[in-house]
Design a binder for this molecule. Structure first.
Ligand SMILES: Cc1cc2nc3c(=O)[nH]c(=O)nc-3n(C[C@H](O)[C@H](O)[C@H](O)COP(=O)(O)O)c2cc1C
Length: 211
């Protein structure tokens, strides 16, 4: 499959220093509002990139569940590959691809576990089926077949039949505290706008990077 002829023109009006909010979190919130208005399915999907113990890049989609001046929050299984990698390196990158709007946001920062209370708070809002799924899935391990997963789900249903499903100790959240957040807006002739907030001595500096 040769994709060399697949090419889009980027006719947006651009994104300039004067358009930026004072901090990347409110800038993100503004763009996210526009993504929601555009009617995206899973507008909060993002690629979480980590690095394995032997230096391989490792990337997958996860859902952003919260953003505030403390960072970007996601939830997962603490024994999964991504969790093991974040625990080992304390670092992660996030990429949002909002191509219908000719936009991308890239985040790089430190990654650390949420407190138990924070994870409990979000756990309580999850649908029961998702809660049971967290008990049933040893995320990232090799399983013999689908029936194994379905049996584990049935066992979880029986275990928790009489009341609320407790949060497993192996399930919880991470917060990525950014050191840099880059906002990318597609422009004609590949002269795209790239404006990056970078933490410098506790303050955000904004730099324009070549596209
Ligand atoms: C749109 C989308 C959203 C996802 N959201 C999550 C999520 O929030 N948390 C999660 O653990 N996995 C999520 N997944 C599944 C992950 O991509 C991945 O398959 C899983 O977490 C195992 O990753 P790992 O083995 O690299 O740790 C999502 C997948 C897609 C396609």
């Amino acid at each position: 499959m040769d994709l060399s002829g697949v090419r889009e023109a980027y006719e947006t009006s651009g994104f300039n220093e004067a358009d930026l909010s004072d901090d990347p979190f409110s800038q993100f919130q503004q763009w996210f509002g526009e993504v929601e208005e555009a009617g995206y399915w899973e507008p909060n999907a993002m690629v979480l990139s980590t690095v394995t113990a032997d230096g391989w890049p490792s990337a997958r989609n996860v859902l952003l569940k919260r953003v505030d001046p403390d960072g970007f929050v996601l939830f997962t299984n603490y024994t999964s590959d991504k969790a093991v990698e974040m625990d080992a390196t304390g670092r992660a990158a996030l990429t949002f691809s909002w191509t219908e709007l000719r936009r991308q946001v890239r985040v790089v920062g430190t990654a650390g576990r949420l407190t138990e209370d924070e994870s409990d708070g979000y756990w309580a809002t999850r649908p029961r089926g998702s809660q049971l799924g967290a008990w049933a899935s040893d995320q990232s391990v090799v399983v013999p077949d689908r029936a194994t997963l379905e049996d584990a789900y049935t066992a979880a249903e029986q275990r928790w039949a009489d009341g609320p499903v407790e949060r497993p100790a192996h399930w919880g959240g991470y917060r990525v505290r950014p050191q840099a957040v880059e906002f990318w807006q597609g422009r004609p002739d590949r002269l795209h706008d790239r404006l990056r907030y970078r933490l410098d001595g506790g303050s955000w500096v904004v730099e324009r990077r070549a596209p």
